[in-house]
Design a protein around this ligand. Sequence first.
Ligand code: E4P
Length: 218
Amino acid sequence: MKFFLDTANISQIETAQNLGIIDGVTTNPSLMAKEGIKGDENVFNHYKKICSIVDGDVSAEVISTDFEGMIGEAEKLASLHPQIVVKIPVISEGIRAIKHLTSMGIRTNCTLVFNTGQALLAAKAGATYVSPFIGRLDDIGENGIELIEKLVDLFNYYGYETQVLAASIRHTNHIIKCMEAGADVATCPLDPILGLLNHPLTDAGLEKFLSDHRKLNA
Ligand code: E4P
């Protein structure tokens, strides 16, 4: 399973890149706003900076909701760097845009997906990735991981090449469950990724190894 870092924060992206375990980055307008990145030129430069830090795909989201606007934005974003994948919301104009961009060779990440029907349309339009938001489903009492399981099975059954990119991940157990469900990618904040390292037996075992070594070599 690939790991994308779900942030626009440069310091966190550098930290994860230095660990050597991330395969890309996803952003959205809220994450860009959280970093105070505003104005087209600043936004474009920020995406370029992220691409210079990581090796893999970097999702950059359009703001337009009409077909022409999305296409114009997508062409600009894709021209910034070969690593850019254009994030498009799963609305009717977005599905049209994904179909068109796919035919132009521009890769897309269909976002704000909450059920199999939306994911089916994204896959049929040729999206590179489909992003089911599992945390937001859990927030309203549904089961986000079940959606990942269904999409992995259905895409395999029908042979869709669209990759299942589990998004809106809230905690470390979400990552484990996405891996068990066979998600192609999980995009996560840094903390849940670092949480994968935690186990009390690791801490206790390491402390014992080091104290035994210290006793003998004192
Ligand atoms: C990433 O592609 C999504 O935009 C992001 O995971 C949404 O996460 P949230 O539900 O925590 O805002």
